[in-house]
Design a protein around this ligand. Structure first.
Ligand SMILES: Cc1ncc(COP(=O)(O)O)c(C=O)c1O
Length: 396
């Protein structure tokens, strides 16, 4: 069954930004373009990661579940055995709690001090990577009352967020048995785990393991240790520790061209549309803004209701699938519409399904294919889908 993600009776706004989505049965015939997300594939991929790693799984579902729809992905991942959800921001974490997600939830990025009372109230783990930050969090927590659950993030080579490892022992000693902040975990993040030949992740692991040894000797090591993103799940079993933090792999997408998922993983997302017009234009007819494409004879030109307002790119040389065949997008991509050259599919008619990402018959356009064409990575492709694209769910 396919379900949709909006029902205005049940939507819930918090500070105008946070929405709870309730799933309702729906019919794809009612849509002209939509993302189709196979929750069975998400469950399958999470189970595969659990089997590979034999450790706890934090499903990384920031940025609306990498564009797939955060609540539906969270539910599927938890059903499949993920015990933690990882997000980038506190608003995302609170959204999960308001939707009734009871798994452990962690904010991997920065939390503004003003939201520390919310973190305590909703039992959300925060990342701490700076002594001043910890001092302010402690103050906020003391005012509110209760315990703040935190993980120390150390920078072993990513050069982004993280405490210098040589400051960690002093910090953890200052916060041992602290009345407000409970440092339950310690973690790091890899810069190049998808490049196994680079030696980079091994170097980071060496620093991290040395730190863990030192902390253990001092009796300061937090209970819970984690490091591995999807690429490390594939390449570095020695980085599994007490939990892995896969994002891209749970959606069935490859961490990079060098680090591919095992073949059993399944991509969860397809992007589909319907032909909204099919016409034969005479020779010499311009197609779309700027008439950069001009017909060179009688040409069958189709229209799909998809454009850069949906997260498609305004680029030349793109293709989609119609009738199981690859056809060219011709003329400029508009905000809401794009034109197709349909001479190779003479039977194509209004209402027929077009695949922008996914499979049709024997043909497939993957997120990696789109990323290649757009000069980016599959992560950016799926994160770039506009909110207005309906997300429809299969295999709930
Ligand atoms: C701290 C942290 N852990 C885990 C992940 C998941 O990474 P990936 O999607 O490559 O598995 C991310 C994503 O960027 C992250 O920032």
């Amino acid at each position: 069954m396919i379900t949709e993600n909006s029902n205005s009776d049940h939507n819930l706004d918090l500070k105008g930004t946070i929405r709870e989505a309730i799933l309702q049965p729906m019919d794809t015939q009612a849509y002209s373009t939509w993302l189709e997300i196979d929750l069975g594939a998400i469950r399958h991929n999470v189970k595969a990661i659990k089997r590979m790693t034999q450790t706890q799984v934090m499903a990384v579902i920031k940025a609306n579940g990498y564009g797939h729809g955060v609540l539906q992905v969270a539910q599927a991942a938890i059903q499949a055995g993920a015990t933690w959800c990882g997000v980038a921001r506190m608003e995302e974490a609170i959204n999960l709690r308001l939707a009734g997600i009871q798994a452990e939830v962690m904010v991997l990025g920065y939390t503004p001090p003003a939201l520390i009372p919310e973190a305590i109230h909703h039992n959300i783990h925060v990342a701490i990577y700076d002594t001043e930050m910890a001092r302010v969090y402690a103050e906020k927590g003391r005012e509110r009352g209760g315990k703040l659950r935190a993980h120390l993030k150390v920078d072993t080579g990513m050069g982004r967020l993280g405490m210098n490892p040589n400051k960690a022992a002093e910090f953890l000693s200052d916060y041992k048995d602290h009345p407000v902040i409970n440092i339950e975990g310690i973690f790091t993040h890899f810069a190049r785990a998808d490049e196994p030949g680079s030696g980079s992740a091994e170097g980071q692991l060496k620093i991290f393991n040395q730190l863990l040894d030192d902390l253990r000797q001092l009796g300061l090591c937090p209970d819970f240790v984690h490091a591995a993103n999807s690429a490390a799940v594939v390449n570095f079993p020695q980085a599994f520790f007490d939990m892995v933090r896969p994002g891209i792999a749970i959606y069935g997408l490859h961490p990079s061209p060098e680090t591919r998922l095992p073949p059993s993983f399944k991509p969860a997302l397809s992007w589909k549309a319907r032909l909204t017009s099919v016409r034969v234009l005479p020779s010499g007819h311009g197609v779309s803004y700027g008439s950069v494409y001009v017909t060179s004879g009688n040409e069958r030109i189709g229209v799909i209701p998809v454009g850069y307002g949906d997260g498609y790119r305004r680029e030349n040389g793109q293709q989609v699938l119609v009738g199981g065949q690859c056809v060219n997008i011709v003329g400029r991509v508009c905000m809401d519409q794009s034109m197709l050259q349909l001479d190779a599919v003479p039977d194509a008619k209004v209402g027929d399904e077009v695949v922008l990402l996914g499979s049709q018959g024997a043909a497939t356009i993957s997120a990696e294919d789109l990323a290649d064409r757009w000069g980016t990575i599959n992560y950016e492709v799926v994160c770039g889908f506009a909110d207005r694209l309906p997300r429809l769910y299969k295999n709930k």
